[in-house]
Ligand binder design. Structure first.
Ligand code: NAD
Ligand code: ZN
Ligand code: ZN
Length: 337
């Protein structure tokens, strides 16, 4: 089977032939139809973060495809079913995080396309209990970005406490941000979209943002304070400067939700203002299987629109450059059908 493989953090990926993987008793083998390119895959391939993957590895955690083979302990999915392979490849299922609805915090988790091989391939292995069924009627090319960009931003909105009448700033209208903006609207908030490219600002307007700010030319914090300040800022841009602006845009009692993970990510907080303003700063990592099921249900109901362009897996290195240069309309998806 064909797979894109990271051999070295400083070298391009190699698209090569690998043996067809055989599922263990608890695993399924998924014939991948669609595999989204998340900015995290670029961080993984470059070894950007303090905890690094071990090359050689296959990136990809927005994998969608058909279960083709299943080990004899697999109970919850059947051969022939369409499933998503998200970032949370598996967790222990027994720790306090796992049993209290926070499996994404499990210390024993594995991550697709990072600590275990992911979905930049024609076939991928996955844990039968951790794949998430994709409802009929959802295009696999839409399901792929929903499996990380969708579930991550849906969860970020949940933890932000956004609700009707609140004002939510979405910083970075890329793969994650174009969905975050739609969820903020679903949660009933007044929305402010921020980006640094004309195309993304136009996309934000098209998706119904109430206010659109260009961080290249406008003082985001001052503009948002003039509106009354944001109840929540969702930080999705791969830029430390954007974190400061998202923090500075908050009203008293507001919540900064950190999601983006730039290399050397840092945010300096003034303690006095943070205390006096009652500001909350929280990190948010992907979402649970249940969050993803909800994301799929919302999409099946027609509440979200996935903006994506398809590419060939062979072009993976050019695709990384496209994302880094900010030229992508929102998400790139490898079409492996
Ligand atoms: P992306 O490249 O598709 O989108 C980033 C967007 O930010 C682009 O539209 C870009 O133009 C914009 N941007 C750049 N500088 C900006 C600035 N100063 N102000 C406002 N906007 C700016 O990336 P993505 O796939 O959406 O991922 C975003 C980040 O989120 C990455 O760091 C990724 O690793 C991280 N991520 C985190 C989680 C999580 O669970 N916490 C999950 C998925 C991705
Ligand atoms: Zn991702
Ligand atoms: Zn656990």
């Amino acid at each position: 089977m064909k797979a894109a493989v990271v051999h070295d953090f400083t070298a391009p990926l190699a698209v090569e032939d690998r043996p067809l993987p055989k599922p263990a008793a608890h695993q399924v083998r998924v014939r991948i139809e669609a595999s989204g390119l998340c900015h995290t895959d670029i961080h993984a391939a470059h070894g950007d973060w303090p905890v690094k993957p071990s090359p050689p590895f296959v990136p990809g955690h927005e994998g969608v495809g058909i279960v083709e083979a299943a080990g004899d302990q697999v109970r919850h999915v059947r051969v022939g079913e369409r499933v998503a392979i998200p970032w949370l490849a598996d967790a222990c299922g027994r720790c306090d995080h796992c049993v209290s609805g926070w499996e994404t915090l499990c210390l024993q988790q594995h991550n697709s396309g990072y600590s275990v091989d992911g979905a930049y391939a024609e076939y991928a292995l996955a844990h039968g209990d951790y794949v998430v069924p994709v409802p009929d009627g959802i295009d696999p090319l839409d399901a792929a970005p929903l499996s990380c960009a969708g579930v991550t931003t849906y969860k970020a909105l949940k933890v932000s406490d956004a609700r009707p009448g609140t004002r939510v700033l979405v910083s970075g209208i890329g793969g994650l941000g174009h969905l975050a903006l739609q969820y903020a609207r679903i949660f009933g908030a007044e929305t402010i979209a921020v980006d640094v490219t004309d195309d993304k600002l136009a996309l934000a307007r098209e998706l119904g943002a109430d206010h659109v700010l260009d961080a290249r030319t406008q003082d985001v914090a001052a503009e948002v304070q003039a509106l009354g300040g944001a109840h929540a800022s969702i930080a999705l841009a791969v830029s430390n400067a954007s974190f400061q602006a998202a923090y500075g845009a908050l009203r008293r009692g507001g919540t900064l939700v950190l999601v983006a993970l730039p290399a050397e990510g840092r945010l300096e907080l003034p303690v006095f203002e943070t205390v006096l303003n009652g500001t909350k700063v929280i990190g948010s990592i992907v979402g649970t299987r249940e969050d993803l099921a909800e994301v799929f249900r919302l999409h099946a109901l027609g509440r979200t629109r996935v903006i994506r362009e398809t590419r060939r897996l062979e072009d993976v290195n050019a695709c990384f450059d496209e994302v880094l240069s900010g030229k992508v309309s929102a998400r790139l998806v490898f079409d492996l059908r």
